[in-house]
Design a binder for this molecule. Structure first.
Ligand SMILES: Cc1cc2nc3c(=O)[nH]c(=O)nc-3n(C[C@H](O)[C@H](O)[C@H](O)COP(=O)(O)OP(=O)(O)OC[C@H]3O[C@@H](n4cnc5c(N)ncnc54)[C@H](O)[C@@H]3O)c2cc1C
Length: 297
């Protein structure tokens, strides 16, 4: 076996919150054959598999993750094809959105503005249908995607067209239970010479509104129909609410930041308290956007 599989490997550094216990087994495949090997390893040992993209939307338990965790950050690369009227980008799932942003910037295309400040990988972008509140075009990741490739647990690669998928707010269905390995992204070649300035401006706005100096997973809760969740949380006086090393950001009420020593349990206690308080004081049920992973009691 050429793939290096580590045992009891800590996962905190693979998450934007810098929180999480150990994976029983962990590997970082960099190509299709290595990913196939990883999936085979899990099947032979009867291990549950967990896929980790950029780790920017997950809360990994302090007790770690059972089975094999497959990190995709080395499974990256973009191949570009340009015709007279469109650009086609074949992106491996572990390609960071910032790499994709650079490609769109190079060609002065509008998706650069959408991608500005969006962390994580292409695979995570597909699965979470990452999106922005601003009325940009595009404003959701799946608007960029024409088709995806998935790998089954047996190592077979299948192509799914967008029409095979069910795309919703911060969620895409129809690819499960497989691993997303590639996305084909297509966009018209309509240049916007001012896009770099717009990206710089968007970054400034994010920096002024979000606590980007502290580890977080971005927005913790989804916006409920007809409401802005940050305003609901703020109206309950929860900014600054702290448990252990985790805190509802005083700058943005929908961010929970790691002050340096936060555990997953600290963050989960805050999430539970915020949910209950918002329900009690405003009557609105709020749901988490962030995905809990691993062993929870
Ligand atoms: C500072 C900050 C700002 C943010 N701003 C935004 C924002 O404006 N809009 C927004 O939508 N999100 C935002 N996010 C959240 C996050 O960046 C997005 O949801 C992102 O798309 C998640 O991608 P990821 O690669 O990090 O996924 P991960 O967090 O690694 O994974 C998320 C889920 O997808 C699954 N997954 C990941 N890759 C694959 C794959 N290849 N195959 C199968 N399953 C997979 C994982 O198992 C997990 O269930 C922000 C996060 C941070 C830290």
């Amino acid at each position: 076996m050429s793939l290096n599989v580590l045992q009891n490997h800590n996962l905190a550094e693979y998450t934007s919150w810098l929180i999480g216990g150990n994976a029983d087994y962990f590997c970082l495949p960099s190509n299709y054959d290595e990913l196939r090997e990883a999936l085979k390893f899990a099947k032979e040992k009867n291990l549950k598999t967990t896929i980790l993209g950029g780790g920017s939307n997950v809360l990994i338990s302090d007790g770690g993750i059972e089975g094999l965790t497959i990190g995709l950050k080395k499974f990256s690369g973009i191949s570009t094809d340009i015709s007279s009227d469109k650009i086609t980008l074949d992106c491996l799932a572990g390609t960071s959105k910032s790499e994709l942003l650079k490609t769109f910037l190079k060609h002065q295309l509008a998706p650069a503005l959408f991608l500005a400040g969006l962390p994580g990988d292409v695979g995570g972008g597909v699965v979470m249908n990452a999106g922005v509140a601003e009325m940009f075009q595009p404003r959701e990741f799946m608007e960029l995607v024409e088709s995806i490739e998935v790998m089954t647990a047996e190592g077979e690669v299948r192509t799914l067209n967008k029409s095979d998928l069910k795309v919703a707010y911060r969620h895409t269905d129809g690819w499960q239970p497989h691993t997303v390995v590639k996305a084909k992204i297509v966009w018209p070649l309509q240049k916007d010479p001012d896009v770099l300035n717009k990206v710089r401006e968007a970054n400034k706005v994010r920096l002024s509104k979000q606590p980007l100096d502290k580890p977080s997973c971005g927005s913790v809760f989804k916006n409920p129909e007809g409401h802005k969740v940050a305003q609901l949380i703020d109206s309950c006086g929860l900014k600054g609410y702290t448990v252990g090393g985790a805190q509802v950001s005083p700058k943005h009420a929908n961010f929970i930041v790691n002050l340096g020593t936060a555990t997953a349990q600290d963050v989960w206690s805050i999430i539970t308290h915020v949910k209950a308080t918002v329900k009690e004081k405003t009557g609105v049920d709020i749901q988490t956007e962030v995905i809990r992973m691993g062993r929870w009691g």
